[in-house]
Design a protein around this ligand. Structure first.
Ligand SMILES: [Mg+2]
Length: 450
């Protein structure tokens, strides 16, 4: 198929994939009203795919009698709604709603206990179909993923927009559930787009319209802005993304720390995070070997701090976060000790990495002499869910703010420009001792989680 030109009037039929020049209200070939049309339709290549009411859709597929009935998946241990089908949603049922409330809203709903094994199996089938489109598939959960379809046009003989529409058709036919797709130039907007026209949706957000589209949206549309943080913004009079667009970056950083940077960039539709396929780096870590073996916490803590900052800097640069902190020690007689601790949510903050590592280290400073110390994080993910302001306590929140400010200064003046209390003035005693050993820190997976 010849690649269609980018013409604002050019589109295609989502049901039969016939190309549709001009602006007919329906497909000239099959009569479907489901036409895709957008001035940047054939230029965009970052997609977000999300299955519609996934668990409920799988149950409906397997029991056609449920098709036209309100179905709620949930009940289990927590007694809340996992997924409600669209019929139940119309009556006010929402995910995470307590079951008794859901049944108040929709008394005739059929409640089904989740069959996770089955959903995982179906989710894998959908994912395998995604991976046949591009190796750049980044799953976010069992039923949604980002896809980078750049450079796949020759392979598929059609631009990403048509590849996506065809994918939606095939999932319906081959798996028996429906999906919604969002297409854009970045992850942030692709994800928003996939949510715009659910179910069976297909929405496009182009570069030209990004800023004006976002201006009208609530601040909660920005990743990481949960209820608690939204109320902080609300207190400052900030409700729409348009209001954020009117603010200077410095002001946002001063007020909200590293979150301010995210607000500033995402509000403007600026998001350069790559689509990370699932089996990339397994951990990010840094380690150093000492000139003379160290045994006391007083000596080891500053080194841990410096290494934590290094790990954090690399996470931030890659827009990644890790949920498990791993401490590594090598004793004088070359025995390896690794200790790890899982956090409640992923982190990219030096402060959280350091404090978690310090707790682990305290237990290991029993007089043993160490020749090597390392710290890292595993369970890597994108940093969207990292360090939610809602969850970290007040002291940690202040340190996170301070860390955001330090990051800005280091961006401007270099890494050595700011030293924290733990590393400041320690000279070579507290710092990684051999410059050549520091190079090791750049290796991406020096050790696996144990
Ligand atoms: Mg979904």
């Amino acid at each position: 198929m010849a690649s269609p030109v980018n013409d604002p009037d050019h589109g295609f039929c989502r049901d039969c994939l016939a190309l549709m020049p001009g602006r007919p209200p329906r497909c000239a070939q099959c009569g479907s009203p489901r036409l895709a049309r957008h001035p940047e339709l054939y230029r965009l290549h970052i997609a977000h795919i999300d299955c519609d009411a996934f668990y409920a859709a799988v149950e409906k597929r397997d029991n056609p009698e449920l098709r036209n009935k309100p179905v709620i998946i949930g009940g289990g241990k927590r007694g809340v709604v996992s997924t409600a089908c669209y019929i139940a949603r119309i009556q006010g049922v929402r995910s995470a709603m307590p079951m008794f409330k859901a049944l108040e809203a929709c008394p005739e709903a059929i409640v089904i206990k989740p069959d996770m094994e089955k959903y995982v199996r179906v989710g894998r089938e959908v994912r395998a179909m995604m991976q046949a489109l591009t190796p750049l598939v980044e799953p976010l959960s069992i039923d949604e993923a980002f896809l980078d379809l750049s450079g796949t046009e020759r392979l598929h003989g059609r631009p990403p927009a048509l590849v996506l529409a065809d994918f939606a058709r095939r999932v319906e036919k081959e798996i028996g559930i429906t999906i919604s797709a969002g297409l854009s130039y970045c992850k942030f907007l692709a994800k928003i787009a996939s949510d715009l026209r659910k179910p069976r949706g297909f929405a496009v957000i182009g570069e030209a319209e990004a800023v004006s589209f976002l201006a009208e949206q609530p601040v909660t549309m920005i990743w990481g802005v949960g209820k608690a943080f939204a109320s902080v913004l609300e207190r400052d009079g900030l409700r729409t993304i348009g209001q954020l667009q009117a603010m200077e970056q410095g002001e946002l950083l001063r007020r909200y720390g590293s979150m301010g940077s995210r607000l500033y960039h995402l509000a403007r539709g600026k998001d350069d995070r790559r689509v990370h396929p699932e089996h990339e780096a397994k951990s990010v870590s840094a380690e150093t070997t000492f000139d003379t073996d160290l045994a006391s916490l007083v000596d080891l803590a500053p080194v841990l701090r410096a290494l934590s900052e290094k790990v954090s800097a690399r996470l931030k640069k890659a827009n990644m976060a890790g949920q498990t902190v791993v401490l590594k020690l090598k004793t004088r007689d070359f025995k390896l000790r690794t200790r790890n601790r899982q956090l409640s949510d992923p982190t990219r903050l030096a402060d959280r990495i350091f404090h978690t590592g310090l707790q682990l280290l305290e237990k290991e400073t029993d007089g043993t002499k160490y020749r090597l110390l390392g710290i890292g994080v595993s369970d890597l993910s994108d940093d969207d869910r990292a360090d939610p302001p809602d969850l970290i306590d007040e002291r940690a929140r202040k340190r996170a703010l301070a860390e955001g400010a330090v990051d800005v200064l280091r961006d401007k003046f270099g890494r050595k420009a700011v030293e924290t209390g733990y590393t400041f003035g320690k000279g070579h005693r507290g710092r990684p001792a051999r410059p050549e050993e520091e190079e090791e820190a750049e290796v991406r997976h020096p050790w696996e989680r144990i």
